[in-house]
Write a protein that binds this ligand. Structure first.
Ligand SMILES: Cc1cc2nc3c(=O)[nH]c(=O)nc-3n(C[C@H](O)[C@H](O)[C@H](O)COP(=O)(O)OP(=O)(O)OC[C@H]3O[C@@H](n4cnc5c(N)ncnc54)[C@H](O)[C@@H]3O)c2cc1C
Length: 379
């Protein structure tokens, strides 16, 4: 792979960078403190093509590749993961429609995401089924031309602000087997029986909306089934294989942002009559931080590029996400340490990076799940 970005990719990167500095930087601390969802910022991002960038042109999107999406996500999250993730995740779950939906579903559900009129959510995890998502118990029972859906979903991003959910639910009999029982179904958020409760008190990414969602005898037309019945688990694994590059990019962005802050602070702060950065011990740490970030970036870009070339490599995607997440946590910790006591108070941004970082080792497959994926493909 040629790692040099072309002119268009550099322009996309610069656009995202300028947007993040202008629109995200000024509000990040407040939205995190007050757990406010940044709807206006998302709309502004949609106006310049930063929402749902991989949605094909025929459905109103920019039709960018996953590499371009990674570039955008990295720049947004370099400024703030909380708000940046809201922009990136506005279309979360809709990739299932893009990959497996009917033409009618694509025409109906994808264009309003790009314009910002609608928000999507992927409702897969349940209170007792996260890493082991095949244990999900939400049921969709067929009655005539409808499915009747009952069950509870946990930790759903955009849960209280979305217009529709991609729900992972059992439609097939038990005999079909653990991995052939579930299907993906589109459920409009305003259907009777749908209720969502925002989860408060998250450690980080507090601008992002996370909710418990319950479906109580919710009726949807059979036409809302995405792709084939019983293929939900396989669809979801493919979906994660692809979207993990975006989470890897979140990690690269956060880590780079934390390094930016550490570099600035260690040049300004004087101790023992010289700037902190004059200490070789800190220089070594900064060098190691920069190196790990660059390695994460290379893995992330390569994984995204491979998808765009039709050479999706689940092992590489898992490596990119797990390594970038771990790097983000490690770099944010080192960067905070370099801020000393000031790093521990909310007047300084670094504590927010530190709190945000941990989610990158948990959501869309905890890092242990990534390692399982990698290990299975080593032999
Ligand atoms: C802020 C936030 C946003 C989220 N957004 C969404 C969303 O939009 N949609 C959605 O569906 N879900 C979402 N999730 C859920 C997330 O994907 C799950 O929390 C995650 O997959 C882990 O599942 P769990 O919490 O049930 O942990 P568990 O599965 O109970 O695992 C607990 C721990 O044990 C480890 N573990 C589990 N199994 C193994 C094993 N076999 N070997 C080794 N270690 C193992 C895990 O890695 C983890 O560290 C979100 C979660 C959070 C916190």
């Amino acid at each position: 792979m040629d790692f040099e970005l072309n002119e268009e990719q550099r322009l996309i990167q610069e656009t995202a960078r300028r947007f993040a500095l202008k629109e995200i930087a000024p509000i990040a601390a407040e939205y995190d403190r007050e757990e406010k969802y940044p709807a206006e910022v998302c709309l502004k991002a949609a106006e310049i093509g930063l929402v749902g960038p991989t949605i094909p042109e025929e459905y109103g999107g920019a039709g960018y590749g996953f590499l371009e999406q990674a570039l955008i996500t990295e720049e947004l999250c370099r400024v703030d993961l909380g708000v940046g993730q809201c922009v990136e995740a506005r279309s979360f779950g809709s990739q299932l429609i893009h990959f497996y939906g009917s033409e009618e579903q694509k025409q109906k559900w994808l264009p309003p995401l790009v314009t910002g009129e609608m928000v999507a959510a992927g409702a897969f995890s349940e209170p007792d089924a996260g890493t082991d998502v095949a244990a999900a118990r939400t049921k969709a029972v067929r009655e005539g031309d409808e499915f009747v859906i009952t069950g509870n979903k946990m930790f759903i991003t955009n849960g209280t602000v979305c217009d529709y959910y991609l729900v992972f639910a059992i439609t097939e009999p038990e005999e079909a087997g653990r991995y052939a029982r579930h299907s993906t179904i589109i459920v409009e958020a305003d259907r009777p029986g749908v209720s969502a409760n925002k989860i408060h008190g998250k450690m980080g990414i507090r601008a992002s909306d996370t909710a418990e969602v319950s479906f109580e005898q919710v009726r949807v037309p059979v036409a809302n089934l995405v792709g084939e019945a019983g293929r939900g688990f396989h669809q979801l694994m493919h979906f994660f294989d692809v979207t993990r590059t975006a989470v890897a990019a979140e990690g690269v962005g956060l880590a780079q942002g934390a390094l930016d802050l550490a570099l600035r602070y260690t040049q300004e702060r004087i101790a023992f009559g010289k700037p902190l950065i004059a200490n070789q011990g800190l220089q070594f740490q900064l060098a190691e931080m920069a190196t790990r970030i660059e390695l994460s970036r290379l893995a992330c870009y390569k994984a995204a590029w491979a998808i765009d070339q039709g050479k999706l490599d689940p092992k590489l995607n898992a490596m990119a996400k797990y390594y970038a997440g771990e790097t983000a946590v490690w770099v944010a910790d080192k960067a905070l340490q370099m801020h000393g006591g000031y790093g521990y108070i909310d007047e300084y941004d670094i504590q927010r990076f530190y709190r945000h970082a941990k989610i990158l080792e948990i959501y869309e497959g905890a890092k242990e799940a990534e390692k399982i994926t990698i290990a299975r493909r080593l032999t």
